[in-house]
Design a protein around this ligand. Structure first.
Ligand SMILES: Nc1ncnc2c1ncn2[C@@H]1O[C@H](COP(=O)(O)OP(=O)(O)OP(=O)(O)O)[C@@H](O)[C@H]1O
Length: 335
């Protein structure tokens, strides 16, 4: 068990934006030092607002937070020294070269001379940017820019690194490369990483602990395995031939939960998800029960519980349906 003080601790953070938009509604986070902690949630859940407060770029309306032991409101300068931030928007100067960007960032943190050059070379090497070091950043690919962004966040050897949606906008190959890089960083001594993401797969793969954010608060927190393990048995997902209304949904879920094998049934639009001990064995009985209740099933798939199921259980909605835009298919299509 880790007995050291938390690297990040937030208590009951609230934040309302003009127009009465509640971004945070009692956000509580505790991140042990030296781990990758994933804040997972759909667009608009409040992840960026949380990161802004923890990195001293915004003030909460109420609540408290410490990062690396420093209070974000009382001691913002100390917090800034202790953290590295990789924001959603790149902070690199596109006209300057990769090397120049790193040198400037190092100088801002008080590095100079041989120590600065050593650190810059080390980071260029490590993020496979050495060959491109003398080229202006505007000619870099998306993946190279993102790697440079992470290198910029690490120049001054922070204790806590914030990665806000580190792979959004990257193609699958660059995303996989970035995951490997973050995985390596995670092994680095003492570094704590707070990662925000709306990719279930990203959180599942990288984070030792995950907190699911929904409507400005944490709905559930734990290791990916523990969260998935909470869901006993298999998930059976069925697609109905025809959409059903409110009354029909209740009738179908009642018909399914009446079966002894069924732990839980949820119906949304055309989709019905059921939790059972043994998915393959249960399918015939599920189909028969739906048939008796007057519904035709177009397809049925059996899956081990995924983080999507965890989200559905705790937020009461399917992740892919909350997540707007083309990312939904990827985000929902995990395992
Ligand atoms: N400056 C702002 N002014 C008004 N509303 C804002 C502002 N910033 C965020 N919001 C609103 O606050 C809520 C939380 O936004 P936030 O950016 O924290 O969510 P998020 O989970 O990080 O989503 P995303 O992945 O899209 O950044 C959203 O409803 C958003 O529209």
């Amino acid at each position: 068990m880790n007995t050291r003080a938390p690297a990040v601790e937030a208590r009951q953070l609230t934040k309302t934006y003009p127009g009465d938009v509640t971004a945070l509604d009692g956000m509580d986070i505790t991140v042990a030092p030296g781990i990758v902690f994933g804040l997972l949630g759909p667009n608009g859940a409040g992840k960026s607002t949380t990161v802004k407060i923890l990195t001293t770029l915004a003030r909460p309306d109420s609540g408290t937070a410490t990062v690396a032991g420093h209070d974000v409101l009382r001691d913002p300068r100390r917090v800034r020294r202790a953290i590295g931030v990789v924001a959603q928007q790149s902070g690199a100067d596109p006209v300057a070269t990769g090397r120049e960007n790193l040198q400037l960032q190092g100088r801002l943190y008080g590095l100079s001379g041989a120590a600065l050059n050593r650190r810059v070379d080390e980071l260029l090497e490590r993020f496979t940017l050495a060959d491109a070091a003398r080229r202006p950043v505007k000619g870099y690919s998306g993946g190279m820019r993102r790697r440079l962004d992470v290198a910029l966040g690490l120049v001054h050897r922070p204790e806590v690194l914030f990665l806000d949606e580190p792979t959004t906008g990257l193609d699958p190959e660059a995303r996989t490369a970035m995951w490997e890089e973050i995985g390596r960083l995670a092994g680095e001594e003492g570094l704590t990483i707070l990662l925000t993401t709306h990719y279930l797969e990203e959180a599942d793969r990288l984070a030792e602990r995950i907190a699911i954010v929904d409507r400005g608060r944490i709905v559930v927190e734990g290791t990916p395995d523990a969260l998935k393990g909470e869901l006993r048995g298999d998930a059976v997902h069925m697609e109905l031939g025809e959409p059903v209304g409110e009354a029909g949904r209740t009738r179908l879920t009642d018909a399914l939960t009446a079966l002894p094998a069924v732990h839980e049934a949820l119906c949304e639009g055309r989709r019905i998800s059921v939790r059972v001990d043994d998915g393959a064995a249960a399918v015939p009985a599920l189909l028969a029960a739906l048939d008796r209740a007057g519904a035709s099933v177009a397809s049925a798939t059996v899956a081990r519980p995924s983080l999507d199921d965890v989200y559905l259980r705790h937020a009461g909605r399917r992740y892919a349906e909350v997540q707007a835009g083309p990312e939904a298919v990827l985000a929902g299509g995990v395992r």
